[in-house]
Structure formats: structure tokens, C-alpha cells
Design a protein around this ligand. Structure first.
Ligand SMILES: Nc1ncnc2c1ncn2[C@@H]1O[C@H](COP(=O)(O)OP(=O)(O)O)[C@@H](O)[C@H]1O
Ligand SMILES: [Mg+2]
Length: 288
């Protein structure tokens, strides 16, 4: 990131913070109408996975949580709202599946080996590598269809892998889906506080509770000496969470084995257990 870009983000952050304080609780009526599920679908909890910027591991965290919830016997769906950069299908090895139209109004999601239902733009494109060159209104229409027109059936959890940042699509998801809470994902590089702050402020402005923070790529365990190295310096995640008054839910190491199962599409079968127990408890604890 150049100093100019850094300065631009800093200014934007300050402006959004001021705006958040000024507005306190913005009117929900400003947004589009709430989206509604079809009569064949019931979802108990809709949870968003967000980050202030791309490439921090949002999709990975979505994939891990979905896998662990499924392993715990919950019925799970993933709405891949990262329309222009979808990565969920590959992680679950379902890239060759296509979302089918059941009739004029109902779409059948792809289903993973473990039974997780998935919708993603990659599952409607002819070729996985086709770029998505759609403008805002169309993107928002896709989110609406992915929520309203999909035959989700009965789900305990619908995880929404949000697009990075605070653009149109993220706004639509926040304003139109009944998001019960969001998990913020960060990585331990510079500007963590500012980038997490963006996500925290957006959630506050949209009146969506923050479930907590997960830090990805937090450290590396050396395979030969077993020592834990914090490659980007000491983690500021706990401090950041404290600063914003949100819960610290866990830290994920940089682990080539994790990258490998994601690349191979075998996350459900080969993901090591207990990677994100804190986040999992925070989610399932909401059932009580
Ligand atoms: N903790 C990790 N260890 C190893 N590889 C990781 C880790 N987190 C993410 N990656 C890899 O980094 C890339 C970006 O992660 P991804 O979850 O797609 O980010 P985002 O959804 O935030 O853009 C992916 O190829 C993923 O496999
Ligand atoms: Mg992603």
C-alpha cells in the first residue's frame, strides 16, 4: 500500500467514524426492503463473515465454521456474497456443480459431500474462470435471488461470506438480510485497528451486532523446531478487540496444511479439528 493509499483509507475511516457518531442509529428505512425467504425455507441463524479488506482469510473462516458446524450435526448453508471473488466452491470441491433451476422461481443450491448447501456466482457461470463484470444493481439482484429464491430448506445456520470492504453489495447484505451478528476477520499487518474499525463501524451503523474478532495468519509454528513465530510482529488483535469493546474469538496460524486442503477442495474431510473453537462456541451459544 502506498502512503497515499494509506492516507486515503485513514481519511475515509475518520469520516465514517464521524458519520457513525453523528447518526448514532440510522434509519433502516433508508435501505431496500428486507429480503424474505421462500415458503420452503427456514433459517434459524444468519451469520455474516466480514473484513475491512480482501485477502485476510474471510472465506477460509467461513469454510472452517461451516465445516465445524456440519461436523457438530448442524444443518448449514453458505451464501457466497463475494460475487466478484468467490472462493467457497473450490474449497469444498464442488466447482463442477451448477445451481439448478427447480422452476421459474426456485433455485436448487449445490451440496457438498458433507451436506452443506452452497450458492455462489461461480456455480452459475459457464466457466469458473469467467470474470464477473456486472454493475451494482445486478450484483444486488444476485444477492436477493441467492437469499430469496434458493431452496434452502431447514437450516440451523446460514453463513454469509461477505465481499471485502464496505461497498454496495456489503450494504445490501447488511440492510436486507436478517443478519444476527457478524464475525470480523483480520490479519496481523499494519493498520489492523483502522481496518477492523471500518467493519465495526459499518456493523454499528447497520445495527448489526458484532459477535467478535478472529485473527488469521496470526503466527507460524515452525515444523522443525515447533516454535511459534509471530511473523508480522506481536499480535495487536486482543488490543484491537479491547479498543472496540468486542470479543476476541481466536487466532489462526499460517499453516500450509490449511492452504492445501482449501486448494484441494477437501476442507470437509481433512481440516484439522478445533481450529476455531472460540468462534464456534460464540455462534452455537446463541441457541441457548
Ligand atoms: N491461515 C492460513 N494458512 C494458510 N493459508 C491461508 C490461511 N488463510 C488464508 N490462506 C490462503 O490465503 C488465500 C486468501 O484467503 P481467503 O480466505 O480466500 O481470503 P478472503 O476471503 O478474505 O479474500 C487463500 O488461498 C487461502 O487458502
Ligand atoms: Mg473470499
Amino acid at each position: 500500500m502506498t502512503p497515499e493509499e494509506e492516507e486515503a483509507i485513514r481519511r475515509e475511516f475518520e469520516a465514517s467514524r464521524k458519520e457513525a457518531h453523528k447518526q448514532e442509529r440510522p434509519q433502516q428505512s433508508q435501505g431496500p426492503d428486507g429480503f424474505e425467504l421462500n415458503m420452503f425455507s427456514q433459517v434459524k441463524h444468519v451469520i455474516g463473515i466480514v473484513s475491512g479488506k480482501g485477502g485476510v482469510g474471510k472465506s477460509l473462516v467461513t469454510g472452517i465454521l461451516a465445516t465445524e458446524l456440519m461436523r457438530a450435526g448442524k444443518s448449514v448453508g453458505i451464501l457466497d456474497a463475494d460475487i466478484t471473488g468467490p472462493s467457497i466452491p473450490k474449497m469444498f470441491g464442488i466447482s463442477s456443480q451448477r445451481i439448478a433451476a427447480m422452476d421459474e422461481h426456485l433455485l436448487v443450491p449445490a451440496v457438498t459431500d458433507g451436506g452443506i448447501k452452497v450458492v455462489s456466482t461461480n456455480l452459475i457461470l459457464e466457466h469458473e474462470s469467467d470474470p464477473v463484470l456486472w454493475r451494482g444493481p445486478l450484483l444486488m439482484g444476485v444477492i436477493k435471488q441467492f437469499y430469496e429464491d434458493v431452496y434452502w430448506g431447514e437450516l440451523d445456520y446460514l453463513l454469509v461470506d461477505m465481499p471485502p470492504g464496505t461497498g454496495d453489495v456489503a450494504l445490501t447484505v447488511f440492510q436486507s438480510l436478517p443478519i444476527e451478528g457478524v464475525i470480523i476477520v483480520s490479519s496481523p499487518q499494519d493498520l489492523v485497528q483502522m481496518i477492523v474499525g471500518k467493519a465495526v463501524n459499518m456493523a454499528a451503523m447497520m445495527e448489526v451486532p458484532v459477535i467478535g474478532l478472529v485473527e488469521n495468519m496470526s503466527y507460524f509454528v515452525c515444523p522443525s523446531c515447533g516454535e511459534k513465530h509471530e511473523l508480522f510482529g506481536p499480535s495487536a488483535a486482543q488490543e484491537t478487540a479491547d479498543h472496540f469493546g468486542i470479543n476476541m474469538l481466536g487466532r489462526l496460524p499460517i499453516d500450509p496444511a490449511i492452504a492445501k486442503v482449501c486448494d484441494a477442495g477437501t476442507i470437509e474431510r481433512h481440516l484439522p479439528a478445533h481450529l476455531l473453537d472460540g468462534a464456534l462456541e460464540a455462534i452455537t451459544g446463541r441457541d441457548a
